[in-house]
Ligand binder design. Structure first.
Ligand SMILES: *[C@@H]1O[C@H](CO)[C@@H](O)[C@H](O)[C@H]1NC(C)=O
Ligand SMILES: *[C@@H]1O[C@H](CO)[C@@H](O)[C@H](O)[C@H]1NC(C)=O
Ligand SMILES: *[C@@H]1O[C@H](CO)[C@@H](O)[C@H](O)[C@H]1NC(C)=O
Ligand SMILES: *[C@@H]1O[C@H](CO)[C@@H](O)[C@H](O)[C@H]1NC(C)=O
Ligand SMILES: *[C@@H]1O[C@H](CO)[C@@H](O)[C@H](O)[C@H]1NC(C)=O
Length: 396
């Protein structure tokens, strides 16, 4: 009897906890703020204002349906965690000039414990912008908006959402701490210009997990000043692979330390895993503790590449070697098919040769035959099966 009583007490205690918990979390349907002709620009900003002022958890829901939205920028600090659940498709203006030179179409900044969730789509409608956006060859090209910008966020999550056809990079992560992408998707055609999947800069502890990226440029690219980043269980392709850099172009750049890429498939890509820096670097920085393991390449042009004379369109001066010092780089259990004979290219700087580079169990084939490794200013440690270096024409 006493036992039965205490079980009943326990149950009602748990039930009341659940009721309290539920009462503390508020859901706001974006439609509450109106959607004139399906445009939710103003509604989005108003919903954020209400959510940001709330003293308990708030979830903003954008239900199934198709909406239009122009540029929005929302910021904290907010009083309590906010979740935005997108189940619908939100379309950016197709005409790039309507975003008035904004860096991003949707920018979220300066909040902690933010979640973006749902099976909805941010559709950048980038086709018009890509045609006008030859920013590689045309230095005076107009800047285009990225789909999503996350600036100065702590302890935040992006779950399940899709970023589609961005005009420029899909996602920019700047100065965030403890930020996780899980089940995220990026989609754009292979020939869409400059549509990097996720670019990360000046951040700490960012994880990209269970994510599928198909796009026209790097799937994931790291800028300077990053520490503790993980890319795991990711499919990349088409695209330009996973890239550290390019580094060493500007004089205020910071080091990169601790990057793990594990269980990744890279398909039909220009590059697989790559570290790149410009020559004639204005400052000395370091890139260290890079680990690339359990990676499958399918028809990748440069599956493994360190390129310290990165200089597209001959835009740079090759007066002096790169001062970006690369060390402790492990390439382990990387297999599959290369689209060129040179499966491994390690072109390190003459002034600061790479140190502690290891090639372990590398099995890359080109037309059925093993690929070769071409190296300069580096003596990689070989373990298991891996190609031994032949000397590249010295890069400087
Ligand atoms: C995020 O964390 C940093 C470092 O702890 C802190 O300085 C900053 O104020 C935090 N930002 C927010 C929005 O909580
Ligand atoms: C370069 O971009 C600018 C701005 O979009 C444009 O006016 C100009 O025609 C472009 N030049 C070329 C050669 O494409
Ligand atoms: C990181 O952020 C997640 C999501 O908000 C949170 O659950 C977790 O406790 C945070 N980790 C640390 C170490 O603060
Ligand atoms: C590796 O990643 C794929 C997704 O790309 C996932 O299906 C698989 O379970 C992962 N394997 C391990 C061992 O985590
Ligand atoms: C390397 O890969 C090829 C093709 O996938 C395979 O036939 C071969 O057995 C592998 N070699 C080793 C040593 O794993």
């Amino acid at each position: 009897m006493a036992l039965k009583f205490s079980i009943v007490t326990l149950f009602s205690f748990i039930l009341s906890l659940a009721v309290i918990y539920k009462a503390q979390s508020v859901t706001i349907d974006i439609k509450k703020f109106g959607a004139q002709n399906g445009d939710i620009t103003q509604a989005f900003t108003n919903a954020w204002k209400e959510a940001c002022a709330a003293t308990s958890n708030v979830k903003i829901v954008i239900p199934k349906g198709t909406y239009k939205m122009s540029g929005v920028e929302v910021k904290g600090p907010c009083k309590a965690p906010i979740e935005i659940q997108v189940d619908g498709t939100i379309q950016a203006p197709a005409d790039p000039s309507q975003l008035k030179g904004a860096e991003q179409w949707v920018t979220i900044g300066y909040v902690s414990h933010f979640t973006l969730s749902g099976h909805g789509i941010f559709d950048g409608q980038g086709a018009t912008a890509w045609k006008q956006n030859k920013c590689g060859s045309n230095k005076s090209c107009a800047r285009r908006a990225m789909n999503l910008g996350f600036n100065f966020l702590n302890h935040s999550v992006v779950r399940d959402i899709t970023s589609k056809d961005s005009k420029y990079f899909h996602v920019n992560v700047l100065a965030c701490n403890n930020f996780t992408f899980d089940g995220f998707k990026v989609s754009a055609p292979h020939d869409s210009a400059n549509t990097d999947g996720i670019h990360i800069g000046r951040s700490n502890n960012v994880k990209i997990l269970n994510t599928k990226i198909a796009t026209g440029d790097d799937c994931v690219s790291l800028g300077d000043g990053n520490t503790r980043l993980v890319v795991k269980n990711v499919e990349c392709g088409p695209g330009h692979g996973i890239s550290v850099g390019s580094l060493g172009l500007y004089d205020n750049e910071d080091n990169i330390d601790d990057f793990l890429v594990k269980n990744v498939t890279i398909k039909n890509a220009d590059n697989g895993v790559r570290i790149k820096s410009w020559p004639s670097t204005p400052v000395s920085i370091t890139v260290t503790n890079m680990r690339f393991e359990d990676i499958t390449m399918v028809n990748v042009a440069n599956p493994i590449i360190i390129d310290q004379e990165y200089c597209p369109w001959n835009e740079c001066s090759k007066k002096s070697p790169s001062k970006v010092k690369i060390s402790k780089v492990y390439f382990k259990n990387i297999k599959g098919t290369s689209a060129t004979k040179e499966g491994v290219i390690l072109l390190c700087s003459k002034s600061v040769p790479c140190q502690g580079v290891e090639l372990s169990d590398i099995n890359l084939t080109y037309k059925g035959a093993p690929t070769v490794a071409v190296c300069a200013n580096v003596s990689p440690k070989i373990s298991g099966k891996a190609p031994t270096c032949t000397a590249a024409k010295s890069i400087f």
